[in-house]
Design a protein around this ligand. Sequence first.
Ligand SMILES: Cc1cc2nc3c(=O)[nH]c(=O)nc-3n(C[C@H](O)[C@H](O)[C@H](O)COP(=O)(O)OP(=O)(O)OC[C@H]3O[C@@H](n4cnc5c(N)ncnc54)[C@H](O)[C@@H]3O)c2cc1C
Length: 477
Amino acid sequence: MPRDHLKGVKSHYDVIVVGSGLAGMTAANILARAGRSVLVLEQHYRLGGMATWFRRPRGNVFDISLHGFPAGMIKSCRRYWNDDIASRIRQIKAIHFDNPQFSFYSSYDKGDFLDKLVNHFGVERQTVDEFFAAIERMQFYDRDVATTRELFMEFFPDRPDVWRLLIEPIAYANGSSLDDPAITFGIVFSNFMKKGVFIYEGGSDDLEKRMKIEMERNGVDVRIKALVERIIVEGNEARGVMVNGRMIESRIVISNAGLKNTILRLVGELHLPAAYVNETRKVRLNNSSCQVYIGLKAGKSIPFLGDLFFTSTCPEFDSDRLCAMHVTSRTYSLYYPNIRPGTDRYTIVSSTNANYEDWVGLTDDAYAVEKRRLVETTLDALEGYVPGVRNRLDWVEASTPLTFEHYTMQMEASSFGTKFEGLKVSMDLPNHVSGLFHAGSVGLIMSGWLGTINYGVIVANKAESHLARQGAHCEQH
Ligand SMILES: Cc1cc2nc3c(=O)[nH]c(=O)nc-3n(C[C@H](O)[C@H](O)[C@H](O)COP(=O)(O)OP(=O)(O)OC[C@H]3O[C@@H](n4cnc5c(N)ncnc54)[C@H](O)[C@@H]3O)c2cc1C
């Protein structure tokens, strides 16, 4: 008989969380800590969603999305997880750039940006100060609709080299382009610039383990291989979910299963006003990703090339070419043994932004050819920086948007949720179905590890207020 992954599950919880991405787990942890009964349902055999990892037979462990996040993660993890998790977050040493316009190392903080912009690029000090002041003033609720292109035109006209320094890492960090609202660049960039770039020491496997322990300590019932087929809505209220063919009831459902997926597939348009469904359909998804995972043999090493290495052969920053199948720009995440203290292994993950539609229509043969090309061209490019690296390798494989779609069920395998307009649709959901919330990468700002965790916190607080209101209502009757 197949194993019952829902064995022992209760028939009713205060809150059901669909999906165990960083937003889903954070919301679950906060609500359980507040004394609510919480069930997390994850369709995969592992927790974490995109914040995940895998191990290969001869000992290489690969991280998927642990490349860098802002210092704010320390505070968020301390407040909403625990001191133990927060204490493992470390600043990375150096970010390395190499492209036709510039080549240098950076600590990616305010002091170093000032130095680079003034002394390397020759920008007036006053212009740099005014630019920093402008982005530090940006607020989440700003109504300013200027684009990042317009922001750069204002401060650095005719300086495509400066534009590239400012936008290229952010395009990798949240999928934003020059034509997205300037706040989606400014807020994320100033978050990084405050103190530099940070990483979790121990790797995503260690983080997953510690988050699971913390959730269970707070009483969260965590189930893997639990596919939610439907969110049950009666009248305009959430009533629970259908999971692995079984109904489980709850007054609150928090869906971490992607914004459009939640609204259009798990709830279904029959339960929602047509205008809201139309607005949801119009939400644009962000780009997807390809990665090449490169593991070195035990005892083999590479020299220090920075922790994150942004490379490109493209003459200037170009959002379309950044996602094109025939890759010109790669970001290498270089994992030296200190990422997993106690091991002596080196791994490299090469990431490129990608378009889902380029990969989804391929025949099986063409898909295999393109995947092989991705691996070979990446190794060729890496040889340029680490001659002879091919001879030191133990394991190489690649993932494409189809891989991400398979493991996370994200629509079009979007790496960073939706474009800006998705945030309003996400926040409006409980106004259309009482007790139903979406938590997860959305709106460019609320994406990436920090943005997603913080959005999980916002949603947990709204869910808690909803439960408290319902409690008061029940007591009155
Ligand atoms: C290649 C790559 C590199 C990245 N690099 C960085 C980086 O360096 N720094 C950074 O900050 N961020 C990075 N990110 C982004 C970051 O990983 C994501 O923004 C974040 O992890 C998304 O979390 P989430 O909560 O939105 O959901 P997800 O991680 O998408 O998780 C959703 C979960 O829901 C589950 N699910 C979906 N449907 C169902 C269902 N019907 N039933 C049950 N479960 C379901 C999925 O299996 C999944 O586990 C990267 C992402 C990618 C793909």
